[in-house]
Ligand binder design. Structure first.
Ligand SMILES: Nc1ncnc2c1ncn2[C@@H]1O[C@H](COP(=O)(O)OP(=O)(O)OP(=O)(O)O)[C@@H](O)[C@H]1O
Ligand SMILES: [Mg+2]
Length: 274
């Protein structure tokens, strides 16, 4: 059995930092010596582009092709389509074809488990697989939740809506009941936090008081910084772009917390090995 951990970063709210957090958590884990695959499960292909693959529609083989082959019962090499980024992470890229695939998925047999089938062919090659979800609770996100061991919920304090979070938690528990009983929530990650505003502090405190009993709120909070935007524009992680900056420090703290969560849950490694 593989020890690979599959984490989906998800929130149906758009623009809350899912893609940026997938990329930087992935690179942080790679910097800790882990073998990491990122999967872009969004037809917008923001993750693919943020890693410097500027023209995703020109890529010959993407997640849509991989999933179509599984739906057609065709066998392909496990590493087909995987790109090797120079920051020591691998990427299963995406492009606009994924939106057509999502439509075809509706009539497929085992439609919720196609991504899981794909991941089962590659997971033995990695320590961590991170799934960057699209901003919806549609079939692609259900596939991501069905394939994941755990979920991280990036949330921008400004957009925090209790209703939105409730809806997400309900979807997660539905998938857990019906498809993936082992699914866990690792925690809520606060992103784009303007630390000098009282509102951010108040919202963070209120999230902790409302959800803190049930769900971990990571101590790491990602500061709002133009550096994060610039890094994506350069096709780099924050560690390559601004290693000494506060966003890199926050993602490093987040990566460390994720490692601790994983260790506690599987309980077979010592904390001081981190
Ligand atoms: N810490 C940050 N500070 C400032 N801007 C940020 C930060 N993190 C991400 N951004 C920017 O905010 C925008 C949204 O971030 P991102 O694409 O990661 O969110 P998302 O949740 O993946 O969005 P979508 O729902 O569209 O997939 C991007 O332009 C990104 O560069
Ligand atoms: Mg995104």
């Amino acid at each position: 059995m593989s020890n690979c951990k599959v984490i989906a970063l998800t929130n149906q709210k758009g623009g809350v930092g899912k893609t940026t957090s997938t990329l930087n958590l992935g690179v942080d884990l790679a910097r800790r010596g882990k073998k990491v695959l990122l999967i872009d499960v969004d037809a917008q292909a923001n993750l693919t582009m943020a890693l410097g693959y500027r023209k995703p529609d020109d890529l010959p083989f993407t997640l849509a092709n991989v999933m179509q082959n599984i739906m057609d019962d065709k066998t392909i090499p496990a590493d087909a389509g995987i790109l090797h980024h120079n920051e020591s992470i691998d990427l299963m890229p995406s492009n606009i074809e994924l939106s057509g695939l999502e439509v075809r998925l509706i009539n497929a047999i085992s439609r919720e488990r196609i991504l899981k089938s794909y991941i089962s062919t590659v997971r033995q090659n990695y320590d961590h697989i991170l799934i960057d979800c699209m901003p919806s609770l549609g079939m692609m996100t259900i596939n991501a939740l069905a394939a994941a061991d755990s979920v991280v919920i990036p949330t921008q304090p400004h957009y925090l809506s209790a209703k939105g979070l409730e809806l997400l938690l309900r979807s997660i528990s539905k998938v857990k009941r019906q498809i993936n009983p082992k699914l866990r929530i690792d925690g809520i990650l606060m992103t784009m936090v303007m630390s000098r505003t009282n509102m951010a502090k108040e919202i963070t405190a209120s999230v902790k008081s409302v959800y803190g009993q049930k769900i971990k709120v990571f101590d790491a909070a990602i500061p709002h910084s133009i550096r994060a935007v610039e890094a994506s524009a350069e096709g780099q992680s924050i560690f390559a772009y601004d290693k000494g900056g506060k966003v890199a420090a926050a993602y490093e703290q987040f990566g460390r917390e994720v490692m601790v969560v994983l260790v506690y849950k599987c309980g077979h490694k010592k904390l001081n090995n981190l």
